[in-house]
Design a protein around this ligand. Structure first.
Ligand SMILES: [Zn+2]
Length: 251
């Protein structure tokens, strides 16, 4: 009996010493919200209102890849709660935030995987690594943290299958759709031995899907390296501009 009490006392003390703030509005979290909630009640409601309807969690892109996402995202909108959460994930490495998001995303992902035909034999979670300069600046890679949090929720392993090449120099957000595709191409390479991905379904995780250029480039590499299938998963996706991707040869 003594032990659980000590843990909750320690947690309570941490809460008092380093009071968590709401990811939406930055205000101190109300005491009663506990340690697992990252939004105050007002922001939580706005966050949940941003959820994609269940029928739209999973979309099939024009290139045939399936994309699974949790919330709608508006590029350039800075005062929305989902947009603030994505911003916070990029700039602050908070395990509680990544876990919170992964908890909401995992059931949707598990549902999507359960519907895959044929049934995946082996699942590997991976992510497109950030530019080294961004990782140096922020001190972490948010896509990696998200992949790790999803792995904790689902029990599926993560593997850093993708590496950066030195070819891409610009941040994707500064470019339009065509420029993004050109920029993403050749920016990554595979870190897997020949045949290593045979039989594996790769779950490719990122924070946001806007044009999807980064995920397309990475998915192509994974499939070319022998992965059975690639499932794209993002916390958020823009709903206004799902891109008209050019017809690609079938993977
Ligand atoms: Zn709030």
């Amino acid at each position: 009996m003594g032990k659980p009490q000590r843990i909750s006392f320690a947690k309570g003390l941490l809460f008092l010493l380093f009071p968590p703030t709401c990811v939406g509005c930055g205000e101190l979290m109300p005491w009663r919200e506990g340690q697992d909630e990252v939004f105050c009640p007002v922001c939580r409601e706005a966050w949940q209102q941003g959820f994609l309807p269940a029928s739209e969690n999973m979309v099939r892109r024009e290139d045939g890849l399936t994309l699974v996402s949790l919330v709608k995202y508006h590029s350039g909108k800075t005062d929305g709660v989902p947009e603030k959460l994505i911003y916070r994930m990029k700039h602050k490495n908070e395990r509680r935030v990544f876990s919170y998001v992964a908890k909401a995303l995992a059931p949707i992902l598990e549902d999507a995987v359960s519907r895959m035909e044929p049934r995946p034999e082996e699942l590997i979670i991976t992510y497109p690594p950030r530019r080294p300069s961004a990782v140096r600046k922020e001190g972490f890679d948010q896509a990696e943290q998200l992949a790790l949090a999803l792995s904790r929720e689902t029990g599926w392993p993560t593997d850093a299958l993708l590496l950066r090449t030195r070819k891409r120099k610009k941040a994707q957000k500064s470019l339009d759709a065509a420029e993004r595709q050109a920029n993403a191409k050749d920016a990554y390479r595979i870190d897997a031995k020949e045949g290593e991905l045979a039989g594996a379904t790769v779950i490719l995780v990122d924070d946001v899907h806007t044009t999807g250029a980064t995920l397309s480039a990475c998915a192509k590499l994974l499939l070319a390296a022998g992965a059975d299938a690639v499932l794209l998963v993002t916390v958020a996706r823009t709903t206004q501009n799902i891109p008209d991707l050019p017809e690609e040869p079938k993977f």
